[in-house]
Design a protein around this ligand. Structure first.
Ligand SMILES: N[C@@H](CCC(=O)N[C@@H](CS)C(=O)NCC(=O)O)C(=O)O
Length: 206
């Protein structure tokens, strides 16, 4: 049977990396289709919503929207709760991560250095710690993962978003901006140490 194909930019970040990691965590052999930026303008209008990632699963229409892709992988492979209400709670936190990206992404396009600094410092002082505190309240006390001892696709989404902020690539945002959210950091560390995640990073670049 043909393999599922996950298409995303050739970068170990963001929504595409979440989906690749979730597929690898699930043990799914997939075609890891990494495209270069110059190929994107031609591909964009052929995707469901003009964005990546997309997942092509043999026999089904192309699927887009990272959270829908993650929830599907999770449902197919035991990495998303069977209980509908608990699943919806996980999906709410996945949407909360997308809200964060929607707040930060405009600052990536600011070209004036002073304006960028102001915008980032404002986020670091207000929205980001509040975002982390709200997230922390959703996370299980016992851990190590979001919902306790079992890993789910939400854990992968949280790993990738926290890693972005802790990497230091966002100028004017301190790498410890989430330090007030110990359970969120615990989830990051537990997923990062998961053997399947370690294996993924041993095979790909970080
Ligand atoms: N809500 C969508 C957002 C997708 C999105 O904005 N993807 C970015 C890359 S992370 C993209 O395709 N950027 C290129 C473009 O919009 O032309 C999702 O979660 O998949």
């Amino acid at each position: 049977m043909a393999k599922p194909k996950l298409t995303y930019f050739d970068a170990p970040t963001s929504r595409g990396e979440e989906c690749r990691l979730a597929l690898h965590l699930a043990g799914v052999e997939f075609d890891d289709n990494r495209i270069q930026r110059d190929a994107w303008p031609a591909l964009k209008p052929t995707t469901p919503f003009g964005s990546l990632p997309t997942l092509e699963w043999p026999g089904h229409p192309t699927l887009a929207q990272s959270n829908a892709i993650l929830a599907l992988i999770g449902r197919l492979h035991g990495l998303h709760p069977k209980d509908e209400f608990e699943a919806a709670r996980h999906e709410a936190v996945m949407a909360h991560v997308e809200d964060l990206r929607a707040h930060v992404s405009p600052t990536l396009r600011v070209t004036d250095p002073d304006e960028k600094k102001r915008a980032r410092e404002q986020l670091a002082a207000t929205y980001l710690p509040a975002w982390a505190a709200y997230t922390d309240r959703q996370i299980s006390d016992d851990g190590p993962f979001f919902a306790g001892s079992a890993v789910h696709v939400i854990d992968v989404k949280l790993l990738v978003i926290v890693r972005w902020f802790r990497s230091g690539v966002l100028d004017h945002v301190p790498t410890n901006v989430f330090d007030g959210a110990p359970k969120l950091l615990r989830v990051h560390d537990a997923v990062d140490a998961h053997p399947r995640v370690r294996d993924w990073y041993a095979r790909t670049r970080r």
